[in-house]
Design a protein around this ligand. Sequence first.
Ligand code: MG
Ligand code: MG
Length: 254
Amino acid sequence: MKKVRGIFIKNDREIEVMRIANRYVSLILDSLEKMVKPGIPSIELEEHAQALCREFEVKPAFQGYNGFPYAICCSINDEIVHGFPSERIINDGDIVSIDMGVIYDGFYGDSARTFAAGNISEDARRLIDATRESLYKGIEQARPGNSLFDISSAIEEYAIASGMGVVKRFVGHGIGRSLHEKPEVPNFRVPGGTGIPLMTGMVLTIEPMLTLGSADVDILDDDWTAVTVDGSLAAHWEHTVAITSDGPLILSQS
Ligand code: MG
Ligand code: MG
């Protein structure tokens, strides 16, 4: 892998390995989506994710990362990200964000989706849809010739036009042989610049976290779970995306 301005540039073979890693993540999320129903404890999602990692012969990427104890992050309702799966029962009307990563053949995959449990409110549906759509607005900009903050601006503009709060505490990132590589990928325009030029061979996660209310964040006593300060609902969608000469290539799909 060559390095440009501190950023690892992946060749076609490396991107192909990352496509496989991320496809496993997507398959696991597909399977977890079917389990997200009122009445199950969220720890069952963790157990299922672990079982699929064994079946696929991939390593969970988050478990042990800076001491994180689980394979999945499971964040319910006002939890934004980094929630712990637990004995907590998922209720009708909850929204459940699952973030999952694996390591395959030395490379990382990383993706997140927010799922509805049973019948959710119209506001919760609008939040999930706006978060997913803002992700795709960002992905559209992930092409050579653009700059990093074209991604950031597209996400922020769509989120604000949809009436959502944009969480600034957490951002997307480069990804490859490490879970977190340069550059950071903010979900908002950073004043005073355009960001680095985007180049073929960069692989980024793009991962907006939007809220129905305040986008300010508290961290719970477990030192991980990030929640909205005002208790408003939050959603999180993430894809790992390679920048190719043909434009963005979403790696984290089945
Ligand atoms: Mg993630
Ligand atoms: Mg990520």
